[in-house]
Ligand binder design. Structure first.
Ligand SMILES: Cc1cc2nc3c(=O)[nH]c(=O)nc-3n(C[C@H](O)[C@H](O)[C@H](O)COP(=O)(O)O)c2cc1C
Length: 135
């Protein structure tokens, strides 16, 4: 099974989460600046939100995806106020006709003093446990 990891990370939270996913899957985490050139079975895709939205670079990356390139996407993310960035990613992915796993992972991501320290060690352990269920 081929696996890829892509993320957009403004404050390093999705980057750290992508590293943890890399440890579990053995795949190399890359930013959304790196296109998916060869077909993959599973793409782990992650982001945070700023001012309520995922970054435009993530939206642009999703528009390069198609079902022949990616069999399944598993979304992950973090945020401080809204429930999750995942629904935004999911709707863009579904518009591309890409299959999105019903399961996803979201944890708190700090915004100044709000949820300071998150994602923390416990969040990362939960993420790794979740990823193992998706292998
Ligand atoms: C300037 C700023 C704006 C933010 N805006 C939001 C927001 O509107 N809603 C929210 O839930 N979280 C918001 N956050 C929290 C981020 O989504 C959170 O830090 C996330 O973990 C960032 O992930 P990243 O470092 O991978 O980009 C904001 C954080 C900062 C610093």
């Amino acid at each position: 099974m081929t696996t890829a990891i892509r993320y957009f990370s403004k404050f390093g939270h999705s980057a750290a989460m992508a590293d943890a996913i890399g440890q579990v899957t053995g795949a190399k985490p890359e930013t959304v600046n790196v296109p998916v050139d060869t077909p993959v079975d599973t793409l782990y895709l992650g982001a945070g939100v700023m001012f309520g939205k995922i970054n435009g670079a993530m939206a642009d990356f999703i528009k390069t995806l198609s079902p022949d390139k990616v069999k399944r996407v598993v979304c992950f993310g973090s945020c401080a106020i809204i429930k999750s960035p995942v629904p935004q990613m999911r709707s863009l992915l579904e518009a591309q006709g890409v299959t999105v796993d019903g399961r996803s992972f979201t944890c708190r991501g700090s915004m100044g003093p709000l949820h300071a320290g998150h994602p923390d060690r416990e969040d990362m352990d939960s993420l790794r446990a979740f990823i193992r269920t998706t292998l």
